[in-house]
Design a protein around this ligand. Structure first.
Ligand code: UDP
Ligand code: MG
Length: 139
C-alpha cells in the first residue's frame, strides 16, 4: 500500500473541551505523521465552501454555525493507506454507531458535534488540504 495523505480538522467542540492534546496523541500513536498543522478559525464562507457537497441537506445551516463558532486545528497527515485508516481511527459519523476506542466514540457529543473530520477519498484529501494550506506549508 502506498504512503499517502489525508486531511483532518479537530472541530470547535473538541478544541473547546481541551481535547487537542489527547486527539493528536492518538493520531500520532496510530502511525500518522503530521505534515502540516495550524490553529485557525473558519469564516462562514469558508465553511459553506468546504461543506458545499452538503448544501441541500437540512443540517447545513447548523453545520456552518458549528464549524465557525471557534477555532479548529487543521492538519495534513501521512501514513500508508492514510484516508481509509484515518476514517477507521475516527469512527462512524454518529458517535452512537462508532466503534469502541475510536476518536468519535471517545470525544464526540452527537452526529452533528462529532469532534473530528477525516477526508473520504484521496481526491478530497488533496482538495481539502489545498483549501487550508499552501504547498510550502506542507512538509
Ligand atoms: N452532520 C450533521 N448531521 C447529519 C450528518 C452530518 O450535522 O445528519 C455533520 C457532521 O458534523 C458531519 C458533517 O456534517 O461530520 C459532514 O457529514 P458527512 O456525512 O460527510 O460525515 P463525515 O464524513 O464527517 O463522517
Ligand atoms: Mg464527509
Amino acid at each position: 500500500m502506498a504512503t499517502n495523505r489525508t486531511f483532518t480538522m479537530l472541530k470547535p467542540d473538541a478544541v473547546e473541551k481541551g481535547h487537542i492534546g489527547a486527539i493528536l496523541e492518538q493520531i500520532n500513536s496510530s502511525g500518522f505523521r503530521i505534515v502540516a498543522m495550524k490553529l485557525t478559525q473558519m469564516t462562514q464562507d469558508d465553511a459553506r465552501i468546504f461543506y458545499a457537497v452538503h448544501k441541500e441537506r437540512p443540517f447545513f445551516g447548523e453545520l456552518v454555525e458549528y464549524m465557525t463558532r471557534g477555532p479548529i486545528v487543521a492538519a495534513v497527515l501521512e501514513k500508508e493507506n492514510a484516508v481509509e485508516d484515518f476514517r477507521t481511527l475516527i469512527g462512524a459519523t454518529n458517535p452512537d454507531e462508532a466503534a469502541e476506542g475510536t476518536i468519535r466514540k471517545k470525544y464526540a457529543a452527537s452526529i452533528g458535534e462529532n469532534a473530528v473530520h477525516g477526508s473520504d477519498s484521496n481526491e478530497n484529501a488533496r482538495i481539502e488540504s489545498a483549501f487550508h494550506f499552501s504547498g510550502r506549508e506542507m512538509f
